[in-house]
Design a protein around this ligand. Structure first.
Ligand code: PLP
Length: 391
């Protein structure tokens, strides 16, 4: 089936966080929403059909994790990432962020350290801080417009007796890195050696650009798999974040049982009746959507990059290897964080995620979501350009 990602679909007044809660979350209700990570594109037809079919049944009682949850996860991960999963490894969760919090609650004590790599998706920081644990940031190195891992620093942090978990973001939100086999192996080895459990958030792993390949860190060896909790979901890929369904892969039985027990303690396993039909349809019938989406997004990246180079050369795009979240280096504008937010959000009226939300390493940056029709992207960029000229 052919999808039309150029179509502009009105999302206002649909209880959309991105469109209707932009004032509360980003600070200006009139700003064009290019922030939170969902897409302004219609979901794939099989997903819509599955939800519609379920809705038409007209009884929305309690649901359960039907076997198709596991079989569809197995087939997708095998097909896209070449990793063969066993059905018993796969745990349902109502999202990836709940897993991060639950893992911290299960395997660390207050005061323990959790390693993350800032600048990073801010719920990682919240998951640590809100649970009264300590952020140990193995901050990414930024040089020549690209990001890399500071392995020497990671060795030291992992060796701390208080370090119990590392939360990896691969592909990395917001810097857009797809970590290489060598990088992944080194990180996994360091964690293993120091008894640090690896929690690998791979929610963006389907959205990989030409020339890059996603490798699930746990797929590299059985030893790594035994020390890793991998978080997958169709939610970014197929725009189903509101249906709250993700697949968590935990080969290690001890870790899995402990995670499940903590989930049960919180009574947080109960899923939405529409979640599973959509999940199964997404993972079994929608590869054509993904192929077309990737092409469209890749062209949006090109458009954005070209626009910046031509009209706003002081704003630099960090070349994304994955994700529809663009990390923009705005430091040459010479504004502090409040000034940059005011420039983008209040003056240009474009609602981006502020770079400093991702940690102090994000100062001077902004994250822009380009999963929108090109005409919307163009509108946002022209609004910024108008203000850029006045600087
Ligand atoms: C890296 C990463 N993890 C998790 C999530 C969201 O997780 P969920 O909505 O499944 O809780 C996002 C959404 O932007 C994300 O970028």
């Amino acid at each position: 089936m052919q999808y039309n990602f150029d179509e502009v679909i009105q999302r206002k007044n649909t209880q959309s966080s991105k469109w209707d809660n932009v004032g509360a979350r980003v600070g200006n209700p009139d700003a064009l929403p290019m922030w939170v990570a969902d897409m302004d594109f219609r979901c794939p037809k099989p997903v819509v059909d599955a939800v519609r079919k379920r809705a038409e049944h007209e009884i929305y009682g309690y649901s359960y994790i039907a076997p198709e949850f596991r079989s569809s996860t197995i087939s997708w991960i095998e097909k896209r990432h070449g990793w063969q999963l066993s059905p018993e490894w796969i745990v349902f969760s109502t999202g990836v962020v709940p897993v991060l919090n639950t893992m911290i609650q299960t395997f660390t004590e207050p005061g323990d350290e959790v390693i993350i790599q800032r600048p990073v998706y801010y719920p990682f920081i919240n998951a640590v801080v809100d649970n009264h644990r300590v952020v140990s940031s193995n901050s990414l190195l930024y040089s020549g417009g690209t990001y890399s891992i500071d392995f020497e620093d990671l060795e030291k942090r992992a060796a701390s007796p208080k370090a119990k978990i590392m939360i990896l973001c691969n592909p990395h939100n917001p810097v857009g890195r797809v970590f290489t086999e060598d990088e992944l192996s080194r990180m996994a080895e360091i964690c293993l050696k120091n008894n640090v459990i690896m929690v690998s958030d791979e929610i963006h792993s389907d959205l990989i650009y030409t020339g890059h390949k996603h490798i699930p860190i746990a797929s590299l060896s059985e030893r790594f798999a035994e020390n890793t909790v991998t978080c997958f979901a169709p939610s970014k890929t197929f725009n189903t974040a509101g249906l709250r369904s993700s697949g968590i892969v935990v080969p290690n039985q001890t870790i899995r049982k402990a995670l499940e027990k903590q989930f049960a303690r919180n009574r947080s396993l109960q899923q939405n009746i529409f979640g599973l039909p959509a999940y199964v349809a997404a993972y079994t019938e929608c590869e054509d959507y993904l192929e077309q989406l990737l092409l469209y997004l890749e062209n949006n990246v090109k458009y954005l990059d070209g626009f910046l180079k031509e009209h706003m050369p002081k704003i630099k795009l960090i070349k994304p290897e994955a994700t529809f979240l663009m990390w923009l280096d705005c430091k040459e504008l010479g504004l502090d964080n409040a000034g940059l937010a005011d420039f983008l959000i209040n003056k240009a009226l474009v609602a981006v995620d502020r770079g400093d939300w991702f940690g102090p390493e994000g100062s001077g940056f902004a994250r822009m979501n380009i999963a929108c029709p090109r005409i919307t992207l163009r509108q946002g960029l022209e609004q910024i350009e108008r203000e850029y000229k006045k600087l």
